[in-house]
Design a binder for this molecule. Sequence first.
Ligand SMILES: Nc1nc2c(ncn2[C@@H]2O[C@H](COP(=O)(O)OP(=O)(O)OP(=O)(O)O)[C@@H](O)[C@H]2O)c(=O)[nH]1
Ligand SMILES: [Mg+2]
Length: 399
Amino acid sequence: MGACVSTAGGVSEEEKVRHREAERQLREAKAKLDNQVKVLLLGSGDSGKSTVLKVGVYLRCEQCEFYVACSAYWMMRLAFHICYVLYDIHLVLYGSCAQMRLIHDLHFSPQEFEFYRQLVFSNITHGMKQLLEALEDMDLQVSEEVKPYVDLLEDPPDIKDGQSFPDNYHEPLKLLWNDEVVQKGWSRGNEAALPDNLAYFYNDLDRLFNNNYYPTEQDIIRCKARTVGITETMFKLRSHEMLMVDVGGQKSERRKWIHCFQDVTTILFLVSLSGYDQCLVEDKDANQMQDAMAIWDSICHSQWFRTTSIILFLNKDDIFKEKIMHSDIKNTFPDYEGEAGNAVQGREYFRSRFTRLSRKSGQNREREIYVQRLPMLTAHKKFYERDRYGTSEGSYGRS
Ligand SMILES: Nc1nc2c(ncn2[C@@H]2O[C@H](COP(=O)(O)OP(=O)(O)OP(=O)(O)O)[C@@H](O)[C@H]2O)c(=O)[nH]1
Ligand SMILES: [Mg+2]
């Protein structure tokens, strides 16, 4: 049993595997000694990874509906504690990036504000273009009165530094948005993965077209720029360095992920709760939630992350709560047995689907599942304290 068969040329496969494992353990031990922390943000496209990095998250306690805002820096510290104090634990967090009430100033530079101002214009014009294209797939046609404006969106201009939004776009965009057929298409946005931020920006179009428009922090949070490649952000915690790594989540980006799998302390895995009835931007035939589950499954059981702690963050809770009032989870997840329109039962259903995947049978070791008592985050002392989470199927335990 377990005899190593050396090949004529030297080292056997089994020895190589053992050697790689020993190397990995050494690396991990070294990283722990050095107190280096590397947090990797993973998840499907549009799940909110870059938004976490930009502003942090707004977390909700399941028990008391208490909300707490948590900056990216605090997410990082939380990840740090989970790795070193609660090593190897999955933690499920609920909340929203966009609901984040900013308790701290975000400290964006004037250049960053200018960058986001230009991005807002790009988001509203390209978002409308996407919406109009989606109408064609839905066999809908814009009303005759607004048809002449459609061409404006063929090739919308980029805004230059200091330049106001072009006036000739203001009324046409407003009329297009308010068009009955466009609104009908928007209400079926889940079929085309339309950007979540469109209603937010279009409901406030006059403010954006004001010549003195300066993006608010909420505008910045709502902006969308798809991540291409890998971005690294370094935080300093006293003398320690903490690295947060953000990747692009769309399918074409995923082959790059492996380049940042080494020496990961904690994975922060983002799932868009509102994606349960939505397709992917890059694949109209795929369901966002199913896609997230498939990635989650492979990450949880990947050899790279056998000893990595993982936080599951069920994001976009604000959109989820609104959406389930008119879109039953059962339509896309037929085994859902909760009430239609019940957000607590809906969240619990998805939480249990993800936790079940993470402890698939046949694994050497099961991971424990905990739900964070969020108010402890604010109470600083022992903020890593946690609840043992039990379900009707029984509690999870280490094996
Ligand atoms: N309403 C709402 N919008 C959110 C929330 N989190 C993120 N968003 C929005 O969702 C959009 C996508 O967010 P990103 O952070 O760019 O998503 P991502 O996961 O980085 O996407 P990729 O870079 O393509 O992988 C942005 O417009 C965000 O403002 C949330 O909790 N609620
Ligand atoms: Mg991103």
